[in-house]
Design a protein around this ligand. Structure first.
Ligand SMILES: Cc1cc2nc3c(=O)[nH]c(=O)nc-3n(C[C@H](O)[C@H](O)[C@H](O)COP(=O)(O)OP(=O)(O)OC[C@H]3O[C@@H](n4cnc5c(N)ncnc54)[C@H](O)[C@@H]3O)c2cc1C
Length: 484
């Protein structure tokens, strides 16, 4: 049984950010992820917004970590070669009544130390966002966008380079506290650790329950989205939000530009019983389109190319009429069990600051010594589609795989698919390729490139066709040959 100083449960953005922050120190760290890749759950299915912190209640952990996380994002993204854009956000008032809410929101933001907030009128809105129908808006300059799954992947891969061990497809089944050292039982064997970091997202209660009686419940709450084709990307430049509406949870159905040029519409807000129920529905699709058309009347449903949903990890019941806070705490009953509970939105924005807080908690219990050789930079190849023609011909001359387009919609080359499959985590599903290089994310949603990716998996990585998976252990693409 191998001993570790730190065992992290969960390879979402929270667990991966913690792994990377801790990898600055001389520690033996292991991260367990039950799925076939990191960012397999909520961290891949959200709006990808770097929130400013304007909406969270003053003095809450949500406000604190979100504002601090927002400040770190630019430099973190640069270090990890993850794209971010601080586009700014307009929160719009649709009637006189909502203007009062804008003023309240501005006051809340100022209390949370959010900078640059400004109430603006129709002329300024129309000159920047001609497709929006609104007379007043609150401009929030520090809001931005990123690619949440790429951030999570980069945090994880950079942690590995700095010595963290990641075990995919490894589920924590049980944990025992033996004199404040933890014995961890998984489907991949037994491990020992001094600290357990519970970053299991929607499963956070199950992990607590392995060691003590939890004092909270998880109330999963689904948010559905629609994705618009890239040819709609001139509709908006900034994030466009309505006034937060109680009936849609918190932030309301908003319109979000993405780094890759698509536009997201959503999310909806619906308490559900099953944390894995990520279905999308016609009913919510119609609701999203109705709400969005009130803000951008010209939105066309024919431009919808995909739908997805993500599940919020709420730890307050539907009838609770306030905003519940994050919980980031060292257990009193089991010292060394550090729980990250109820990390719903703005968890992505807050992740870099939460990770630093976890280091602080650990440093109160053991002496941490910094590594002399922490590698903070994680360089990646530029996307082929973003290269200049000169760069494209140079790179093709060096390696002809750069000259073979595999995904026509997104212009992804064979070399990029090979790079994606050579990831340090060892993730080798169709999804792991898609989230690393976008092959399969375009208009045809994998109709053309899937066969080529499978060929590359077989030819270049010696994968047996019957073992190739879509995204998880149970999602085999083929069961055998129908003809020899
Ligand atoms: C609809 C929606 C929109 C959102 N929009 C935004 C936004 O725009 N901006 C923002 O800042 N935040 C947003 N959020 C919040 C943000 O997505 C989450 O706070 C964040 O992704 C949570 O990350 P996590 O690592 O805690 O959880 P997850 O990403 O769910 O990761 C937890 C991981 O733990 C693994 N795991 C669970 N149990 C076990 C076990 N027993 N053994 C091993 N592994 C286990 C899971 O497989 C999973 O991969 C949104 C959330 C939703 C649902």
């Amino acid at each position: 049984m191998k001993n570790f100083h730190i065992a992290i449960i969960g390879g979402g953005v929270i667990g991966s950010a913690i792994a990377r922050e801790l990898s600055r120190y001389e520690l033996d760290i292991i991260l367990f992820e039950k799925e076939s890749d990191v960012a397999s759950s909520t961290s891949k299915a959200n709006s990808g917004v770097i929130h400013s912190g304007i909406n969270s209640p003053p003095k809450s952990l949500k406000a604190h970590f979100c504002v601090e996380g927002n400040k770190i994002f630019q430099s973190l993204a640069e270090e990890l070669s993850v794209p971010v854009k601080f586009t700014g956000k307009y929160i719009i008032a649709r009637n006189e009544e909502e203007i009062k809410d804008l003023i309240k929101l501005k006051k809340n933001g100022i209390e949370n130390n959010v900078k640059g907030l400004r109430l603006i009128e129709a002329e300024e809105i129309n000159s920047n966002e001609p497709n929006i129908s609104s007379k007043y808006a609150l401009f929030v300059p520090s809001a931005g966008i990123t690619l949440p799954y790429q951030l999570t992947i980069a945090l994880a891969e950079n942690s590995i380079i700095n010595g963290v061990k990641f075990l995919l497809e490894t589920k924590i089944i049980d944990i025992n506290n033996i004199n404040n050292k933890y014995n961890i039982k998984t489907n991949n064997g037994l491990f020992k650790s001094d600290f357990i970091i519970n970053a299991a997202g929607l499963n956070c209660r199950d992990i607590v329950q392995m060691l003590e009686e939890p004092d909270f419940k998880v109330y999963p709450c689904r948010g559905e989205y629609l994705v618009l084709d890239k040819n709609c990307n001139s509709l908006i430049k900034k994030l466009i939000y309505p006034i937060p509406q109680k009936k849609y949870g918190f932030l309301g159905i908003h319109i979000t530009p993405t780094i890759d040029g698509n536009i997201l519409l959503g999310p909806t807000f619906e308490y559900i019983n099953n944390i894995n129920d990520t279905k999308t529905t016609k009913e919510k699709m119609n609701l999203i389109l109705k709400e969005v058309k009130e803000i951008i009347p010209s939105v066309n449903e024919k431009a919808v190319i995909n739908a997805y949903s993500g599940i919020r990890c709420k730890i307050s019941p539907p009838e609770y009429d306030r905003i519940s806070d994050f919980r980031v705490e060292n257990s009193k009953i089991n010292p060394g069990l550090i729980n990250l509970l109820g990390i719903e939105s703005p968890g992505l924005s807050a992740a870099p600051a939460i990770a630093k807080e976890v280091v602080k908690i650990i440093s109160k219990n053991i002496e941490l010594s910094k590594k002399t050789k922490f590698i903070s930079k994680y360089e990646k190849y530029k996307k082929f589609s973003d290269m200049t023609n000169v760069k494209k011909s140079k790179i093709i001359k060096r390696d002809t795989n750069w000259g073979r387009i595999i995904c026509r919609c997104e212009n992804v080359t064979e070399a990029e698919v090979i790079n994606a499959l050579s990831n340090p985590l060892g993730a080798k599903t169709l999804s792991s390729v898609k989230y690393r290089c976008r092959a399969g994310m375009g208009r045809c949603q994998g109709g053309f490139c899937t066969q080529h990716i499978i060929r590359i998996m077989e030819e270049k990585f010696n994968l047996d066709r019957t073992k190739i998976k879509l995204k998880s252990q149970k999602s085999n693409l083929f069961i055998g040959k129908i003809r020899e």
